[in-house]
Design a protein around this ligand. Structure first.
Ligand code: BG6
Length: 479
């Protein structure tokens, strides 16, 4: 694969994620000299302006070596401006692609659509009609949102499916490119100690938590239409849930891995309103941090949830009776994403003091500071036989001192370049996720699920501890 085309090359994602990731891949030798990166957006600018703009997106270029590499990278970038809903823009793009083809003698094309959902279909159409090469490989990376509910997602899938084959469509969920998310299958399927107790006999509940310290801060326009459940839970957290809960795939092929995920999703009934807790952030307790409604980009009086917790149940022999509780929120007290597997309480303990010898817990910290740790009971050092809850701790920063964790977008763009689809969302997987969420989302959209106000910088709605306790979650004394 020799060519990357970016659509929406001037947006936020290009700035924060995709161009820095492309440069990261370039630094590691994954963008070969014959690759050309073509930016495409509505903004009119010439090539020097475009290069200036993307070099601003790329940080940490202080050393002469990296500076020189950046110049080489920019040599491989060009720009075409055009609209999204008329052939003229795509014809100009095709013209540029043909020119590149003559220059580099390469033909394969990777189109990255980081665009507002309203133009997905016209753009996919325009590309198919004007820029599809019958001589080589064509791949389309599609950014979320993939619809608003089951019905709109099906409309989108049908329209895309009429233009491109499933093996040409790469629906990106960047959580699948995160190091610790990629680690889940390895942890589960290569360690006897976890593999053998990964079931209802041993596990009491699973908690998957996403917390951000910042609010919407100017991104409210997009966010308000979707809300936190669509923005984070239905995709990122649900991908984590699938990897934690699925059976071992027959192989690591993209089809087998994704089929195993679909199988487990099929065993999950739709989430019910009584098992959902919603919140929206208000001002911080000291009044210094703004409420969601203070964000100018948020419509007045909006009831959109910026916090959601929900319980899911998997009706299969491995998981029956084990709740999976997903929680996500903005403007909270901490910045972290983690998975907590809480094992069952000891059934028999007549030897040691009971208040401390509680349950084991496996924690996979996705970010920040990637780590895997297991909460275990130990002897408290000293003359007595007191116990203490402690951790077997694998912290990446201290264990893998010479290795850096790649960015999720680097991982996934490289996968797309290589034609590796395991970490992209298949259409039936998407369909199942929407089936599970749609009934409650419609109730939320109709204002039928209460939304509690929580202070900016707090742990979330006041009923959260009671909510998680309902599903068997026990906070450790030292958690
Ligand atoms: C995006 C959401 O998909 O993921 C954002 O739209 C969220 O609202 C972001 O902040 C979180 O990604 P990360 O990689 O920073 O955890």
């Amino acid at each position: 694969m020799q060519r990357t085309i970016f659509l929406g090359a001037s947006g936020d994602l290009a700035k924060k994620k995709t161009f820095p990731a492309l440069f990261g891949l370039f630094l590691h030798g994954h963008i070969v000299p014959t690759t050309r990166i073509v930016g495409y957006a509505r903004t009119k600018m010439d090539r020097p302006d475009f290069l200036k703009r993307i070099s601003q997106y790329i940080k940490n270029t202080n050393t002469p070596k990296v500076k020189a590499m950046l110049d080489q990278f920019l040599d491989q970038c060009t720009y075409v401006s055009g609209v999204y809903d008329q052939d003229s823009g795509f014809q100009a793009l095709e013209h540029e692609l043909k020119r590149i083809e003559r220059e580099t003698k390469t033909i394969d094309r990777l189109f990255y659509m980081a665009l507002p959902p309203s133009v997905f279909i016209p753009v996919a159409n325009g590309l198919k009609k004007n820029c599809y090469t019958p001589k080589g490989v064509n791949r389309l990376i599609v950014e979320k949102p993939f619809g608003m509910d089951l019905e709109s997602s099906r409309v989108l899938s049908k329209a895309l499916g009429a233009l491109y084959r499933e093996d040409e469509i790469y629906r990106i969920d960047h959580y699948l490119g995160k190091e610790m998310v990629k680690n889940i299958m390895i942890l589960r399927f290569t360690n006897q100690i976890f593999g053998s107790c990964w079931n209802r006999e041993h596990i009491s509940n699973v908690q998957i938590t996403f917390k951000e310290k910042i609010g919407t801060e100017g991104r409210g326009g997009y966010f308000d239409e979707f809300g936190i459940m669509r923005d984070v839970m239905q995709n990122h957290l649900f991908q984590i849930l699938s990897l934690i809960a699925m059976e071992a795939p027959a192989s690591l092929s993209a089809e087998d891995v994704r089929s195993a995920k679909v199988d487990v999703l099929r065993a999950i009934p739709p989430v019910v309103e009584s098992e959902v807790l919603l919140g929206q952030y208000g001002k911080s307790e000291d009044g210094t941090l703004p409420s969601y409604l203070d964000d100018d980009t948020v419509p007045k009086g909006s009831k959109t949830a910026t916090f959601a917790a929900a319980a899911f149940h998997i009706d299969n022999p491995r998981w029956a009776g084990v709740p999976f509780v997903l929680k996500c929120g903005k403007a909270l007290d901490q910045q972290k994403v983690e998975i907590r597997i809480q094992f069952k309480d000891l059934t028999h303990n007549n030897l040691f003091q009971k208040d401390v010898a509680a349950r084991n817990e496996l924690v996979i910290r996705v970010q920040p500071e990637e780590a895997v740790y297991l909460k275990v009971t130990q002897k408290l050092p000293g003359l007595g036989m007191d116990t203490v809850m402690s951790e077997l701790d694998l912290s990446y920063a201290s264990r893998f001192t010479n290795l850096s964790v790649p960015d999720a977008y680097e991982n996934l763009i490289l996968d797309a370049v290589m034609g590796e689809q395991s970490n992209f969302v298949r259409s039936d997987e998407l369909d199942e996720a929407w089936r599970i969420f749609t009934p409650v989302l419609h109730k939320i959209d109709r204002g039928q699920v209460p939304v509690d106000i929580y202070p900016y910088g707090s742990r979330g709605p006041k009923n959260l501890p009671e909510f998680v306790a309902r599903f068997g979650f026990e906070r450790h004394l030292q958690a």
